[in-house]
Ligand binder design. Structure first.
Ligand code: ZN
Length: 305
């Protein structure tokens, strides 16, 4: 396996539990995660072990609090542990102080669990744009070396239109620097689409995805895949499985949520396995280190690029 600049694929897992998030959104309370997180994490680790690849896991603090054993297991298998914040809040909706506290709390929790440093961050809901670039400064203040939160396309809930699509070292207003590893986008009928994760990756047929990734690989473009544990599950999932007995909730809303959760999910594992077998994967940290090593002068952070 070559770990050089030609290796442009990264598998990133936003390690969170959708049952825990669904209940928090429903009740504003944090409860235990679903037991299914064991099976889902096991499937991902097995796939990575079989294909001899390393991935980056962006760990959500409120899940790690309940399952430090799983975080340690992921780290022990040689995968990179990075941060996904503490409470899974949209960073654009938080005050500067609350945003910093969320980052600091997750940093402390996760570094305590693994007994070592972390180097990267992904914001929940990809919630970094021009309105809160100060979050990048906070990451650099905490000693992180990269962020992977920016979608270089403006979508309804996130993203920055025309943001630089290349992995880049930026000089920040506070004089520090940070590597940004943007999420991968592609073109479809002259429209930009976020092709490398979530619902898009589930919905697009494998032959279409294969064509996109072959093209990106031949042009040595960065590919940042992002997935969640539940997307690897082989069984039907129900977000209310961890609701306390007698809890009132909207059946219609839950039906739609579960439908979205389960739709085309079984197609993810074969798609990812074939990518892991066909391309050369490195972690986010390795990618960020390569960018730093190969950058003579950082780019001034601004938009559009
Ligand atoms: Zn998330």
């Amino acid at each position: 396996m070559k770990d050089d600049l030609n290796s442009t694929f990264t598998l990133s897992i936003d390690w969170e539990d959708f049952g825990q998030l669904a209940y928090r959104d429903h009740s504003a309370k944090v409860t235990e995660p679903l037991k299914t997180i064991d099976r889902q994490t096991g499937i991902i680790l097995d796939i990575l072990s079989q294909t001899k690849r390393k991935a980056t896991f962006f760990i959500l603090g409120m899940l790690a609090q309940y399952r430090p054993d799983l975080v340690k297991k992921i780290a022990k298998e040689g995968h990179e542990i990075a941060l996904h914040g503490q409470h899974h809040k949209n960073m654009r909706n938080l005050s500067k102080a609350d945003a910093y506290n969320d980052l600091r709390d997750s940093y402390k929790l996760i570094t305590d669990i693994i007994g070592g440093p972390v180097y990267g961050y992904r914001a929940p809901y990809f919630s970094i744009d021009e309105s809160n670039f100060y979050v990048l400064e906070m990451l650099a203040d905490l000693g992180l070396i990269y962020d992977s939160s920016i979608f270089p396309i403006k979508l309804k809930r996130y993203g920055i239109e025309n943001f630089n699509t290349k992995d880049t070292l930026y000089e920040l207003p506070n004089g520090k620097s940070l590597v940004e590893l943007p999420l991968t986008i592609s073109q479809w009928n002259n429209k930009k689409i976020p092709v490398a994760g979530g619902g898009y990756m589930r919905l697009f047929p494998k032959f279409y995805l294969d064509r996109i990734f072959r093209d990106k690989n031949s042009k040595q473009q960065n590919v940042m895949l992002y997935l969640h544990p539940y997307e690897f599950d082989t069984q039907n999932l129900n977000c209310t499985d961890n609701y306390p007995p007698g809890e009132n909730y909207s059946r219609a809303k839950t039906f739609l949520f579960n439908m979205r959760w389960n739709l085309f999910r079984n197609s993810i594992t074969p798609k990812i396995c074939s990518l892991l077998e066909d391309y050369n994967f490195i972690t986010c940290l390795k990618k960020a280190e390569n960018v730093k090593t190969n950058t003579y002068s950082p780019t001034i952070l601004g938009c559009p690029q």
